[in-house]
Design a protein around this ligand. Sequence first.
Ligand SMILES: Cc1ncc(COP(=O)(O)O)c(C=O)c1O
Length: 473
Amino acid sequence: MSAPESGGQTWAAAWELLLPAAAAPPRARGRTLQSALREAVRSARLAPGTRLPSSRELAADLGVSRGLVTEAYEQLTAEGYLRADRGSGTWVGGAARAAAPRARDLAPRPGDARVNFLPGSPDLSLFPRSAWAAAQRAVLAELPHHGLGYPDPRGLPRLRTALAELLTRRRGVVADPERVIVCSGVAQAMSLVGQVLHARGERTLGAEDPGSPEHAQQLATAGIATVRLPLDDEGLALAPLRARRELRTVVTTPSHQFPSGLSYAPRRRTELLDWARSVDGLVVEDDYDGDFRYDRAPVGALQGLDPERVAYTGSVSKSLAPGLRLGWLLVPDSLTDDVVARKRMMDLGNPVLDQALLAHFVERGGYDRQLRRCQRAYRERRDALVSALEEHFPGTEVTGIAAGLHVIARVPESYGPQDAFLERAAAAGVAVRPLSDYTSTVPDDGAVRLVIGYAQLAPARIADGLRLLARAT
Ligand SMILES: Cc1ncc(COP(=O)(O)O)c(C=O)c1O
């Protein structure tokens, strides 16, 4: 079967959309043809004014009955997609328009850049598609009908058990299944904790500076303001924290501070917990990429030192894919019931199939295999980034390289000022993010400070990207 000659180029472009109709089982053929035609008009593959082949021609080309095509033409004419002019055939009408791009769609996105060094994304091409597909089939086959009812808002017992084992083993978390609450990522965990603390009268939380702007936004939606607290070489600085006597909760990233890359010193971890006990407060621990540490074993989670003073959260966003929207939250006993009640109110629990799939994947060792695979790839990329920075931006200081998916680069003053550097990078199609996006207190020394994400780029792309950036700046 070949694309028909009649109808010109637009018709030929729409042709492949109609082929599934020919392959569909006889009873579904009419419906498939109608939706394929609708889609061709909506997506403008069939532009307004295009003349369609006669029903006889199209039926012959597709190998379907002529009645089926006539029926499809009549139906779409009734719906306004097509126009029938007696004697001169069937035409694409003007009623359906391809959606005009909205202003938001036209804004530059990471995908628009030639090279994307923005932090935050793992390599999505490393997503274990075939293992995931196998898990999906297995889960669907074994799930009883009643398993499709509303889930326990804390999460499927099977997943909570798998996560408790995983987090205890890999991150040193104190995690029996009763304590684990499945949620849709760190973002939801922050909102849940924020809402519960707000209901208990807290209105202000401490947060790291530099730190994640998203944390502050998520807490703001719960009615909680954040006070930014400085870091020193060991982690969150204690004197400024103690000075803010209204604070009882701080949000932290102790295993791999975001974005500086610092790992809290053992002494600071203990001191922070002492502070929490002294104010009868709480430390929120975002363990967003704690599994990725390249030169020695990962630092265990703070939560393991005092599970009654720490709310611990993490997700699969860095290890598998952020689009899965799956994560976990473990809170002290005193908060558990309130958090679960909020979770129930918010969404009645996470989708059961997704939860069962992740449980299956973790139970069969797929999650550990994925982490090992990513760890190898990302270490190689980190090394490629550090050497490409040395080659193309001599004199650059790189910090935060021991772990995670990004580094901080202090590029010498000679490449500045920063605004001009960023403009030239954008013009060359290289997406980079300045450290100033995460803090209001960047030293004013003329240097260009960048947070460079490398996990999503193969080593050769990293080298090419920095060559391109060096030429442009
Ligand atoms: C500091 C930090 N925590 C957590 C996350 C992940 O959030 P989620 O689990 O909601 O995808 C990110 C995402 O980039 C992040 O930057």
